[in-house]
Design a protein around this ligand. Structure first.
Ligand code: FES
Length: 913
């Protein structure tokens, strides 16, 4: 037993005296001993800044400081009340739309507060001062503005404006933003469950191994250890699960198939006890040869990643090909092109790096399950768990707290089945919160290699596209086969392509299971087809903007022959981006410009339901199965309802994330929520309007059809009255409530390769102006522009923040991010120290977003989905700019300084001897 030290400390003005172990971090003290969960844990190595606090006025990463080191100190956290500077930066972040998922925000605000205290609010100082705080939602551009605003507010020279006009089309502030700013938002790891046991995984340091023996003797008797579970302790055959293929075992059974696949799990009273015991579990194993690349996986003698019986009956089961698709129209062989350009392009494995690592809590009883998981698809999790545990859906209760960033990585179940099995064994709720390193080993984007042949006329008109795309997925199917299918289906991009042949394969490998990731296979394909477009433009002497305008599909044109046609005036986005970049102006010396376009298919099928309760006092509950992971769905839904009943936003509560209270929604992905759930909510509002009309008809003895409702007002003989006030007047405090329901359903289309036609396309144009340091290969991004065709911006501020976030995430995979594998197939750059994502210092000199609105989408008010667009073609636009600045054509991502330098300095031919 470790001896305790008496810690006397002041936190947010309150004095505490507690006995603490000497190895307890200040972060754990704040979170676990004081319940101040506003400081978040992500990287645990002082790199992400999510745990930033001040100690005696100095900025500190609380994960790196021992609690005893803070003895006698004055500590301030994001929860501090009556702190003027903190309040100012909180308000400014809210007003400027700097808060998305919010997981990074408490730490970020502590750094922002410090800058404000020091009077360092200009952009240069903010770039430096916030660079130790990572925001994967990419809200940095807004934060520069927020700091300017905070300084204005502090100097009291600017009147604070009403931040919330509360109308569709207005930039209403984020619902739930205040809780994210003051640290009171409860993310998964902040939830307290009584009598919970803590779990820790045991893994191997290699990609593939035969498990020879697992010795738990040293671990099992350690203090606090409750259970140690290996595959042998689980039901046989080992339970398997997956969203498409039931191929993933809950624990490695006899063999591990990727680095990080757990072979055992320890349950203990505390997380420290679980970690200590997991380190004492000894696994004897024999390393087996692994396939970690496309070529290795396709080699004739390649070992199979999955045993054939796992996919019995599948024609590909005896290969490492999980599935393949072909899309074709016209003819390639006979196509008459004046110019054929060829290229092979690679897109690396990258990781989601949500600042909130994955976490799961399950309370499993023999006849029911209660699951807490920040999952994007709570109802899919419910279904998979019900099937796995042979329970009715009604006995599987999923509570899905808002994720602290997800980006596709939290769509599908990961460790919920394992946690449930352990919970059942020990008869206690169990909690597994992964480290950032473990999260890296749980999800990633598919890596892709694309071989392209593209034919053009001498005038620059597309003649054909001939594409082979291999998506390297991981050891289990997850959703990656659909990523391949959907990404490659639009492999010709947003162009009129007379002839096309697209062959795509999803290839299994001994790597982290790949899953959905913002863009869902499109950033990979656009990297290739847009690079081809630029290659042709250079060879034909045509400007990059002009060749795109020449080939871009106009509204109503096919992009895939016979399928859903172009649904927007996309050329407007192209022209707007060119305008924002000042494309036609003279290029400054040494600089280059690039422009690119891309489309992604929105959701193709599915059902979303909503229920709305109009309460007796005129306040309103909205129930939606959507997951609010930073995109701000809750705000949009509240805006729709506010207008429908002419009600103030603060009278509306949007309830999400609980399968026992909200009606079914298929999923939160594919930028579908504004269209699908937005329509469901609008229809529920219409249902309520009908009921209000019936009330008016009864009260005033008029025909129902004669009652006029418009702009959220009901027109009474005495004049128009906001509906929420009418309800308050008529129902009174105890007079019951009205309940409206609405839904949007898009059925499957038989034999359609994607299951159905897209509900909409997400179209984006991105453009850059750069200079390149020829001595180092470093790219300086002078200007970055992104323009999306959004139909109607229901909340322009949120559209902009989503676009900017996607743009910065796109910069990540374009210039710095890639997972590096070692000789054993192990990931060598696990965690925040070795895997870089953009910080404030990486922000472009200028980042501008533009919106095209023609109200021609299928969602409310003519809206379309947004939030993925600006990541779709970041890389090819940037590479085109680099090529113009330097002449270097680079086909592999990311464009690291080393890669650019090597392209500029190819090896000299060796002299002949
Ligand atoms: Fe910064 Fe999501 S708001 S990580």
């Amino acid at each position: 037993m470790t001896e305790g030290h008496l810690l006397r400390i002041s936190v947010n003005g309150r004095d505490h005296a507690q006995s603490v172990p000497p190895n307890l971090s200040l972060l754990d003290f704040l979170r676990d001993h004081l319940g101040l969960t506003g400081s978040k844990e992500c990287c645990a190595v002082g790199e992400c800044g999510a745990c930033t606090v001040t100690v005696n006025g100095e900025i500190v990463n609380a994960c790196l400081m021992l609690a005893v080191e803070a003895d006698g100190a004055d500590v301030v956290t994001a929860e501090a009340e009556d702190d003027a500077e903190l309040k100012l930066v909180q308000d400014a972040f809210l007003e400027t739309g700097s808060i998305q998922c919010g997981f990074c925000i408490p730490g970020m605000l502590m750094s922002a507060r410090q800058l404000l205290r020091e009077g360092q609010c200009d952009e240069t100082a903010v770039r430096e001062g916030l660079s130790g705080n990572l925001c994967r939602c990419g809200g940095y551009n807004r934060m520069f503005e927020a700091m300017r605003r905070a300084a204005q507010l502090r100097d009291a020279e600017t009147e604070k404006s009403d931040p919330s006009p509360k109308m569709v089309g207005a930039s209403a502030v984020r619902s739930g933003g205040r809780e994210r700013a003051d640290g009171s938002q409860k993310f998964l790891a902040d939830i307290e469950i009584g009598n919970v046991a803590h779990l820790k995984l045991v893994t191997l340091p290699v990609a593939r191994a035969r498990i020879d023996a697992i010795d738990v003797d040293d671990a099992v008797g350690m203090p606090g250890v409750l259970d140690i579970v290996t595959a042998a302790e689980l039901p046989q055959p080992i339970p398997r699960f997956g969203p498409v293929y039931r191929d993933r075992p809950v624990l490695a059974d006899g063999e591990t198939r990727f680095h990080g696949e757990p072979v055992a799990v320890v349950a203990a009273e505390t997380k420290e006890a679980a970690e200590s015991a997991a380190a004492r579990v000894r696994v004897a194993y024999t390393e087996l040869s692994a396939v970690c690349s496309i070529d290795d996986a396709l080699a004739p003698d390649a070992p199979l990643v999955q045993e054939p019986q796992i996919r019995a009956g599948d024609p590909h089961a005896r290969s490492n090909i999980l599935n393949q698709r072909q899309t074709a129209w016209g003819t390639i062989e006979g196509a008459d092109a004046d110019l054929v350009v060829e290229g092979t392009y690679t897109f690396p494995m990258v990781t989601h790096f949500a600042i909130e690592p994955h976490g799961f809590i399950v309370d499993a009883q023999p006849d029911r399950l209660k699951i807490w998981s920040p999952v994007q698809h709570p109802f899919l999790l419910q279904k998979i768990m019900a099937e796995l545990f042979d329970l009715p859906l009604s006995q599987v209760h999923v509570i899905a707290p808002d994720p602290g960033g997800a980006f596709g990585g939290k769509q599908n179940p990961k460790f919920e089945p394992l946690v449930a099995l352990v919970s059942r064994r020990i008869g206690r709720p169990c909690r597994l919160v992964l480290t950032l390193e473990e999260t890296f080993q749980a999800v990633r984007r598919t890596a892709t290699r694309m071989r392209m042949r593209t034919g053009f006329t001498s005038s620059g008109d597309l003649v054909f596209q001939d594409i082979e795309a291999d998506y390297l997925i991981g050891a289990y199917g997850d959703i990656a086969e659909r990523v391949m299918a959907k990404g490659s289906y639009l492999g010709c991009g947003p162009y009129r392509t007379p002839n096309a042949r697209i062959n795509a394969r999803a290839i299994l490998s001994n790597t982290t299971p790949a899953t959905a990731f913002r863009g869902f296979g499109t950033p990979q394909m656009s990297w290739a087809y847009e690079s081809q477009m630029d290659k042709a433009a250079r060879q034909l002497g045509i400007d990059g903007l002009q060749i795109r305008l020449r080939n871009l599909a106009r509204k109503g044109d096919d992009v895939v022959k016979g399928d859903f046609p172009a649904d927007g005036h996309w050329e407007q986005s192209l022209l707007k981006a060119a305008d924002l970049l000042d494309w036609e102006s003279e290029l400054p010396p040494g600089r280059g410009r690039g422009i690119a376009v891309a489309i992604k298919a929105g959701a193709t099928t599915g059902l979303s339901n909503s229920t709305i309760r109009l309460l007796a006092d005129g306040s309103i509950f909205v129930y939606a199965g959507t997951s609010d992971m930073g995109q701000g769905a809750r705000t949009i839904f509240a805006q729709l309802v506010a207008d429908a009943f002419a009600a103030p936003m603060d009278r509306i509560s949007v309830v999400m994330g609980d399968t026992s209270s909200v009606p079914f929604d298929l999923q939160t992905s594919a930028s579908r929520s504004t269209v699908f759930m937005g329509n469901a909510i609008s229809r529920a509002c219409e249902d309520l309007h009908r009921q209000v009309a019936e009330m008016v008809a009864d009260i005033h003895n008029v025909e129902v059809d004669s009652v006029v409702i418009s702009n959220g007002n009901v027109h009474l003989p005495s004049g128009p009255l906001p509906i929420h006030e009418f309800i308050k007047a008529e129902l009174g405090r105890w007079g019951g409530e009205l309940i409206g329901t609405g839904r949007m359903r898009k059925p499957n289309v038989k034999d359609h390769p994607l299951g159905g036609t897209p509900a909409f396309f997400e179209f984006n144009c991105t453009a850059f102006e750069v200079s390149v340091d020829r001595d180092t290969g470093e790219i300086e991004i002078c200007k970055h522009v992104t323009v999306g065709d959004v139909g109607k911006a229901l909340n322009p501020l949120q559209v902009e923040m989503q676009d900017e976030g996607a743009a910065i995430m796109g910069l990540g995979h374009s210039i710095m991010e890639h997972l590096v594998l070692g000789e054993h197939g192990e990931i060598r750059n696990l965690g925040a120290l070795d895997y870089r994502i953009p910080t404030t210092k990486d922000m472009p000199g200028s980042l501008k977003t533009g919106i095209v609105e023609n109200e021609d989408g299928p969602g409310p008010y003519g809206s379309k989905g947004v939030s993925e667009g600006a990541i779709l073609c970041t890389a090819p636009a940037l590479a085109a700019a680099v090529a113009q600045a330097t002449g270097a054509e680079i086909c592999d991502l990311p464009l690291t300084p080393e890669r650019v330098w090597r392209a500029l300095n190819p090896p000299r031919p060796q002299p002949q001897v």
